[in-house]
Write a protein that binds this ligand. Structure first.
Ligand SMILES: [Zn+2]
Length: 465
């Protein structure tokens, strides 16, 4: 592996912005300083970053690659196409949600996900373990997972009979997580409310995509968020609330933080930039592209989320990347919105959408951008300072962006395998020109130039909080 000098760039971390040259050796950041400096060695490769930002490679802690849903349905990006898309968007690490089937051990689920990723992933990856049921094996399974470097778990208050576990089980999981130094992630929507509203809607012949949103009210998300925060407080455990979509949930997170509880929030670009209006887009059934859970909300929720980002109530930006083709997959729900596979693409556009919607508009600083997309996730999920920042000794995972260059998002040109984009035709800045993974150039002039299988599994240790 050759050495690299990135010169004349503007380096950006979660706290600082400064002009400096950066020297990479043996896959790590070896030296940061100003030229001319006698200490700076000669490099095999030199990149001129004049007028460009050098950022820590992004960390997306919410992805679902190669994820089975039901029957033959699975998300259409595997660990190769999904991580190539991620890399081209400036993301160099993902944490994907591994899962075990009912009746299967967590070890088996973990092994299945390792096999999906090995030899395919082009960026580094870790796993959370999804707890889709609670059995007498669960607490022991969590212990075994932490030993394997899977130090975070996901629970659901939605999908009764499939993914939901009850409050008693969630409390036990939280207590165990506290003991193990693990972090519990929660999908917080009230599944019982949703089931009743869905049944009523179908009974009334309301089958179109917009009923997906109308049967998942935001107050149900707020209620579930409040309830799980209460359970976490009783357990004395930290809690990470995934894909927050609404004001009600934000208020609960804000109140918990105010009281000093270790409660963390994640939102995603789609909740910041898209609204419930998307479900009514012509032609008929176009709205199916936007069917995801939680659903897109009315516009005022977007302002709430942006404010929460500005005030630190939201800690990270993930994607919930879980793409299904419109043709042949989303279309399964033409006669019944509950048959539309839930999820959308996002892994490739996370950084550029937040840059464009946040930094370009002046809503957030470039430092806050780095914190939300890299440093914050690295700290919460046991990857810091190996990942998520620019300091000597860290992995040389870097994204170089030219703030003067704009790109048009389109399914015709994106790297994800999925056949549509949620942002077709949108003009964005912040797509990277160069991306490095542990010192190897994997994206050059916006094109993937890395190798399949060069991503490594990241064992994530417990984090003391
Ligand atoms: Zn998800």
């Amino acid at each position: 592996m050759g050495s690299v000098l990135i010169k004349h760039g503007t380096l950006v971390t979660a706290t600082d912005t400064f002009a400096a040259d950066l020297f990479i050796d043996a896959g790590r950041i070896a030296w940061i300083g100003m030229r001319p400096d006698a200490n700076c060695p000669e490099a095999d490769t030199v990149i001129d970053a004049t007028g460009k930002y050098v950022l820590p490679g992004g960390i997306d802690v919410h992805t679902h690659l190669d994820m089975p849903l039901r029957g033959d349905l699975r998300s259409v990006d595997d660990f190769e196409t999904g991580t190539i898309a991620a890399a081209c968007g400036g993301t160099t690490t993902i944490i994907d949600y591994a899962a075990h089937s009912h009746g299967e051990s967590m070890e088996q689920g973990f092994e299945t996900w390792r096999q999906k990723a090995e030899g395919k992933a082009v960026i580094d990856y870790g796993f959370h373990m999804t707890l889709s049921e609670f059995t007498d094996q669960t607490l022991h399974g969590m212990e075994r997972m932490v030993e394997q470097g899977v130090s975070s778990f996901k629970v659901f208050t939605a999908y009764p009979g499939r993914m939901m576990i009850d409050d008693a089980a969630i409390l036990k999981v939280l207590k165990q997580a506290k003991k193990l130094g693990a972090l519990v992630c929660v999908h917080a929507e009230n599944g019982h409310i949703i089931d009743v509203l869905v049944e009523e809607a179908l009974h009334a012949g309301q089958i179109a995509p917009q009923y997906h949103a109308l049967t998942r009210p935001s107050i149900g998300e707020g209620e579930a968020t409040h309830r799980v925060i209460t359970l976490a407080e009783i357990a004395g455990a930290p809690l990470y609330v995934v894909h927050i979509s609404c004001c009600e949930a934000i208020q609960e997170i804000a109140a918990a933080k105010q009281r000093g509880l270790p409660v963390y929030g994640e939102t995603c670009p789609q909740y910041l930039l898209l609204s419930v209006d998307c479900y009514y887009l012509p032609p008929e059934f176009e709205g199916a592209k936007y069917v995801m859970s939680p659903p897109l909300r009315e516009r005022p929720h977007q302002e709430c989320l942006w404010q929460a980002i500005q005030t630190g109530v939201v800690d990270t930006i993930g994607t919930d990347h879980c793409p299904f083709h419109f043709r042949g997959q989303k279309e399964l729900g033409r006669q019944d919105f509950t048959k539309i596979p839930n999820g959308g693409p996002g892994i490739e556009t996370r950084m550029s959408l937040l840059y464009t919607g946040g930094v370009e508009t002046g809503r957030i600083t470039l430092n806050r951008f780095v914190d939300l997309t890299a440093t914050g996730p690295a700290k919460l999920f046991g990857l810091y300072p190996q990942k998520g920042t620019i300091v000597p000794g860290s992995d040389a995972d870097l994204a170089i962006i030219d703030p003067s260059i704009a790109t048009i998002i389109s399914a015709m040109t994106h790297n994800s395998h999925v056949d549509y984009s949620l942002y077709e035709g949108m003009r964005v800045k912040g797509m990277p020109e160069y991306v490095f993974l542990r010192g190897e150039l994997i994206v050059r002039e916006g094109k993937f130039v890395g190798k399949s299988g060069s991503g490594r599994f990241l064992k994530r240790p417990p984090v003391s909080r």
